[in-house]
Design a protein around this ligand. Structure first.
Ligand code: TNX
Length: 534
């Protein structure tokens, strides 16, 4: 007999992130079988498709359409009385499973919970012989997220991640109820988005001759070419695949720093009166790069044309324009930049960066979008509608929220997943602060110094995955998991203050969650430390 009760033994089925409330589990069970119908109410079609693709494949269930009136039904419905991303999941032996969401997204997050309740087998892509039954205990779960922006940044510029890896990342975000993928598409080390008007951005800018191994102080390069980019159709596919999962893809085109790949492709974008930009190549090392964009009309027009194409591809209301780590030395030395400062009566080079960012704030606002940038965009004055990604600690986010600007909290000390997760010298990526699973679990996105009104400007939080030292899917998996599961709970669940959080309860639920990640084939850092291959 196949195992009819595969649900993990942790309380509440070991849900991660933890829901608001669980009434149950009761003594009875609900079994989804060959006869179970899927009744998809208006607005739940994408979740129905997703359930057929995942549970249908894992358990060999046909899930034929049904009316919701018969017993043994998986019933999906929208009830606007619930919060938009909230849901109620009720499993009852008399009629089956009913997921009601405040909106289509709520239904989808409820379906993610259902998958977890069905045990690790629900995360496989085909049934095992002799097969497992899809069974869950009777219970009722009420749930809704704490934050609207529950994100992960994926840096596909430092190491290109082929499209399949991005789609897989979207599936993993969805499984953790995360809803923003911030795609860092351009940097000194590579330009990863096809721009029809400027083909050299990818012909030249997407490739580098070699790559620094390890962090920037390392003396070694790999001495082989690296590169790749997404075509516009790839990006349309990524955006649509994300939308089916209620995930927004926020594109980042980093300006005016982190732009050497663009300058290597189009040397006129650089400070040509300071250096010979025709000799620049796509950068092959890490750190803060002095070769930044020239603050000229040529540059503004060029990036308007780039952003025109970006807006055509991405549905996100926010467009990230970077703004981080832009050294001003070349602007200090450039007669062109100094003339611009004089012409605009600006105080200094910081104000010139502000002028640059404000230009794109207005440009995006005119097109119905909003600008978001790293917290350096606060220096020299923030553009009126701009939102801030607070990465150099909380200070930028606090200042922005106090002045009425929206904030995404992603302080590097807490949620940079490129940083090592253990002090052991065997750790495969030995850079940065040690940030353990527990450290991430105790991360609090809203600093206590904000009033309730200011705190309402914290749209949410984001874990950032910079890939200087992550050159493969295995490395990514190892750095991102299990910490992303802790992060997801911080972003979704209403946890108490950091010191009062029940980490033991989280680790008990993680025991169940590791079996899901195993079934998915995610190469997470095991609780005991590195594996031999690393
Ligand atoms: C700082 S976060 C950066 C990135 C690096 C990261 C490495 C930010 C806006 N800039 O360019 O990849 O540190 O941890």
């Amino acid at each position: 007999m196949p195992d009819t009760h595969p649900t993990p033994t942790a309380p509440g089925g070991g849900l991660v992130p933890a829901p608001l409330s669980i009434d149950g589990p009761g003594r009875g069970t609900v079994r989804l079988g060959a006869d179970t119908a899927l009744a998809a109410g208006p607005g739940t079609e994408d979740t129905a498709r997703w359930l057929r693709d995942t549970l249908g494949a894992a358990f060999g269930l046909p899930l034929p359409p049904g009316s919701g009136k018969t017993p043994d039904t998986l019933d999906l419905a929208v009830d606007p009385a619930l919060p938009p991303e909230g849901y109620r999941l009720a499993a009852d032996a008399r009629w089956g499973v009913r997921i009601t969401g405040g909106g289509p997204a709520g239904v989808f997050w409820g379906a993610q919970t259902l998958r977890q309740l069905l045990g690790p087998h629900a995360f496989r892509r085909a049934p095992l012989a002799p097969g497992r039954a899809a069974v869950l205990p009777e219970q009722t779960i009420e749930d809704a997220p704490r934050f609207a922006w529950r994100g992960m940044l994926l840096d596909v510029a430092r190491h290109f991640l082929p499209k399949d890896g991005v789609l897989r990342a979207l599936d993993l975000l969805a499984a953790h109820k995360l809803n923003v993928l911030h795609l860092h598409l351009t940097d000194d080390q590579g330009w990863r988005i096809e721009i029809r008007r400027y083909p050299k951005l990818t012909e030249v800018g997407a490739w580098r001759e070699r790559t620094k191994l390890g962090h920037r102080a390392s003396p070694l390069w790999d001495e082989r070419p690296h590169g790749g980019y997404y075509t516009q159709d790839d990006l349309r596919e990524i955006v649509a695949y994300a939308a089916q999962r209620h995930i927004t893809v926020v594109p980042e085109i980093d300006i005016p720093g982190h732009s050497q790949a663009a300058i290597a492709a189009y040397p006129e974008l650089g400070n040509t009166d300071v250096i010979d930009t025709t000799s620049l190549k796509v950068w092959d090392t890490w750190g803060v790069n002095p070769n930044v964009l020239a603050p000229t009309d040529t540059t503004l027009r060029f990036y308007e044309h780039v952003l025109d194409e970006v807006l055509g591809l991405f549905l996100s209301p926010f467009v990230h324009i970077g703004g981080d780590e832009c050294p001003k030395d070349q602007w200090r030395a450039s007669a062109t930049a100094q003339a611009r400062i004089a012409e605009l009566s600006l105080a200094d080079e910081d104000a010139l960066q502000s002028w640059f960012i404000r230009h794109f704030d207005r440009w995006l606002a005119d097109r119905g979008r909003r600008l978001i940038g790293w917290d350096e965009i606060l220096e020299g004055g923030l553009a009126p509608g701009a939102a801030v990604s607070s990465w150099r600690g909380y200070a930028g986010g606090i200042a922005a929220a106090k002045s009425g600007h929206d904030v995404v909290m992603c302080p590097e000390q807490q949620v940079y997943l490129d940083h090592r997760q253990h002090a052991s010298p065997d750790e495969p990526v030995p850079i940065g602060f040690v940030r353990t699973l527990e450290d991430v679990y105790r991360f609090e996105p809203v600093p206590p110094e904000l009033t309730a009104e200011q705190a309402a400007h914290v749209l949410g939080t984001q874990a950032n995955v910079w890939t200087e030292v992550m050159d493969s899917q295995q490395r990514l998996d190892y750095q991102v998991f299990p910490r992303l599961a802790a992060f997801a709970e911080v972003a979704w669940s209403r946890l108490p203050a950091p010191a009062a959080r029940d980490y033991q309860d989280f680790t008990r639920r993680m025991a169940a969650h590791y079996t899901r990640l195993d079934a998915l084939g995610v190469g997470y850092r095991p609780p005991g430390g590195p594996l031999p291959w690393q």
